[in-house]
Design a protein around this ligand. Structure first.
Ligand code: GLP
Length: 241
């Protein structure tokens, strides 16, 4: 595991973007695993800058997003589809038909999950999986549990997650109670994992996840077993490392 701590958010964003852009420059057909949330926004901004400067093309790349809420219209401003369009997809040349996000409005969610896993399998291995970290140690929407699920599945969101994500909605009651998420097995199969964590409120959980026992109570702790994990932290999140 390679943990890098940054004093400047700009440098952190540049480093994250360089890893993503560098991969696609050397492997134009790269399969990217993408994340949402507040954490990657600045990294996506930098990726878009690099694209606009002509440094990279995503024409041959493929992406799979980690997760999506259940029951929000794809056009809802807080759907992860809208988020990805707003922060990345509308500004780069990644073909829409190869920018996959699970469909949280599918009439049969189990079938949608199985279909999503088949698509990931058909694309081969995810080359780079970008991850943020939930306050309770979740990755994607894999919440702390006695057992974690390998593939894409429907998940009931933890109260803590509903609270954390309420800031994006008018109130907590509007936050969808369920989501579809890639499983931890799929995440761990990626060739490389790029975990980004920011903020003093995540210092304790990032420390537990990366240095504490490997336990399904802290899903991110399973990342310790990954052979190629890069962690980018801002100074506040890295305070206890
Ligand atoms: C969200 C997402 C995760 C994200 C995490 C942290 O609910 N499902 O993929 O990494 O929680 O979010 P943020 O970056 O906004 O703190």
């Amino acid at each position: 595991m390679n943990v890098l701590t940054f004093d400047s958010n700009e440098k952190l964003n540049e480093t994250g973007a360089n890893i993503i852009v560098g991969l696609v420059q050397t492997n134009p057909r790269a399969v990217l695993g993408l994340a949402t949330g507040g954490t990657p926004v600045g990294v996506y901004e930098q990726v878009v800058n690099d694209f606009k400067q002509g440094l990279v093309s995503f024409k041959q790349a493929t992406s799979f997003n980690l997760d999506e809420y259940v029951g929000l219209d794809a056009g809802h401003p807080e759907s992860y589809r809208s988020y990805m369009k707003h922060h990345l997809f509308d500004h780069i040349d990644l073909p829409a038909e190869r920018a996959y996000i699970p469909n949280g409005n599918a009439s049969n969610l189990e079938e949608e999950c199985a279909r999503y896993d088949e698509r990931i399998a058909a694309a081969g291995q995810i080359d780079l999986q970008l991850l943020g970290l939930g306050h309770n140690g979740h990755i994607g929407f894999n919440e702390p549990a006695h057992a974690l699920i390998r593939g894409t599945h429907v998940v009931d969101l933890a109260q803590e997650t509903l609270q954390a994500n309420a800031r994006f909605f008018n109130n907590i009651d509007e936050v969808p109670k369920q989501a579809l998420t890639m499983g931890v097995g799929t995440i761990l199969k990626a060739k490389m994992i790029l975990l980004i964590v920011r903020g003093a409120d995540k210092a304790e959980i990032v420390h537990r996840a990366l240095t504490g026992p490997i336990t399904t109570d802290v899903p991110a702790s399973l990342l310790q077993t990954h052979p190629h994990l890069v962690v980018l932290l801002d100074r506040e999140a890295g305070r206890l490392m």
